[in-house]
Design a protein around this ligand. Structure first.
Ligand SMILES: Cc1cc2nc3c(=O)[nH]c(=O)nc-3n(C[C@H](O)[C@H](O)[C@H](O)COP(=O)(O)OP(=O)(O)OC[C@H]3O[C@@H](n4cnc5c(N)ncnc54)[C@H](O)[C@@H]3O)c2cc1C
Length: 389
């Protein structure tokens, strides 16, 4: 390990590894510091990802793909369900323990160094600029200087706050999630199922995602406001009892998902945030792997350009480029989320009923949201505003 690097990345999740890879590929010297002993573990994720979102960054590999997704299923509060055939593989179920590890290896192959069990506990600030990190490694306090710190430290990120960025999130926008991986579960191996309704997951959804024959990730997210009154775990236990009474629980996880648009300011002098740390999660689905990697690819590229040109001014373009690539879409999805998650059970039942009336060929995900909009015309005004920005 050197005493100084161009870039230090805090966190070796998908966003950290991609930021590091993109920067190292462009000639920057990069060090990733990861607090856990193993990259990729513990896993706090439903592990679903879109084909497009994955393949933009890594070639799918059977070693870390549990299932190929060709269908979406939506289940109404009254139990009626509609299955939408996507026609081809449009998504994957990952084995994140291996996936995160392999992604970190691609950063290493590009020239980045990685140090695990390295817990970053503060930033070095000089004349209003971030110029390095302090971290604990094997019981010793250490220091590394750098020109840019990339905070990829996940949903509970502190790097941004330490740098003085506004990272506060209203508790109502933090989806409270609980998930089990269970065996002895009957579930279609090519379908992601989403259940809606006040009983199953108010202001959120309940998911059943396949993880290989007889196993599934079964979980839910409810808004922070709901979670304060009744825990996500209590809703999940109820759903398991009603829908999967014979399931054997293999693992359990709890975690928050920021279901809100990305931070307004994701970078400042010597600092950039990526992934969950920058709230780059899809606000409607709660999926943050692919959008985090997208944000990280922009950050890694701009950070390397700043280093190469010896001018940190390039990191100022980060927000603009994020907005162009993904941000506008996220604003739109955030509006849909606000409408959809406030649907009454009757509106959800009507939505599924309308889909079932359509011939199978016309049942698309796009049409699902179009019908949702028709059920809630007030949403159209908000969405029009997003397009006009
Ligand atoms: C229950 C649940 C289900 C989900 N399901 C899905 C899904 O199906 N699909 C999807 O796309 N997304 C899903 N998500 C969201 C997804 O898990 C995250 O968006 C994604 O992991 C974000 O990647 P990241 O690299 O930004 O952060 P993370 O993957 O959280 O990685 C952050 C890394 O930083 C390290 N770190 C933190 N602090 C420090 C420190 N001080 N020093 C050093 N290292 C540090 C952590 O150990 C960790 O390795 C789900 C989330 C939850 C909670």
């Amino acid at each position: 390990m050197k005493k100084e690097y161009d870039i230090v990345v805090v966190g070796a999740g998908p966003a950290g590894s991609i930021a590091a890879r993109y920067a190292a590929q462009r000639g920057a010297s990069v060090l990733i510091l990861e607090k856990d002993r193993d990259v990729g573990y513990p896993v706090r994720c439903g592990e679903a990802i879109s084909r497009e979102g994955l393949e933009a960054f890594i070639k799918p590999d059977k070693r870390w793909i549990n299932a190929e997704i060709t269908k979406f299923g939506f289940v109404a509060p009254n139990g009626k369900k509609v299955v939408i055939n996507l026609g081809k593989v449009e998504g994957y179920m990952l084995e994140r323990r291996i996936f995160d590890y392999e992604l970190a290896k691609t950063a290493s192959d590009a020239g980045a160094e990685i140090l695990t069990r390295a817990y970053v506990n503060s930033l070095i600030n000089e004349n209003g600029k971030v110029t390095g990190v302090n971290f604990e490694f094997r019981g010793e306090q250490k220091q590394i200087k750098c020109k840019i710190v990339i905070g990829a430290d996940g949903v509970e990120s502190r790097v941004g706050r330490w740098a003085g960025l506004e990272t506060h999130i209203d508790f109502r926008d933090m989806e409270s999630c609980f998930q089990v991986t269970a065996s002895n579960v009957e579930c279609d191996q090519d379908t992601l199922f989403f259940y809606f309704g006040k009983e199953v997951a108010p202001e959120g959804y309940f998911w059943v995602f396949p993880k290989g024959k007889g196993t599934a990730n079964i979980g839910l997210g409810v808004s922070g406001g709901i979670g304060k009154k009744r825990s996500a775990l209590s809703y999940l236990n109820n759903n398991l009892e009603n829908l999967f009474p014979t399931a054997n629980i293999l693992t359990q996880i709890a975690g928050g998902v920021p279901s809100v648009v990305a931070l307004k300011v994701m970078a400042a002098h010597g600092i950039m945030l990526v992934g969950d740390a920058a709230r780059q999660v899809n606000p409607l689905s709660g999926g943050g792997i692919s959008s985090g990697m997208m944000g990280a690819s922009i950050a890694g590229r701009l950070a390397a350009r700043s280093i190469k040109n010896n001018d940190l001014v390039y990191i100022k373009n980060y927000h603009k480029e994020w907005k162009k690539l993904r941000g506008k879409k996220h604003d739109f999805l955030d509006k849909i989320k606000d409408g959809l998650f406030n649907f009454t059970d009757i509106q959800f039942n009507n939505l599924i009923e309308s889909m079932l009336k359509l011939p199978e060929k016309k049942r698309t995900v796009g049409r699902f949201f179009m019908i949702a909009l028709k059920n809630k015309p007030s949403l159209l005004k908000d969405i029009a505003k997003v397009f006009m920005v």
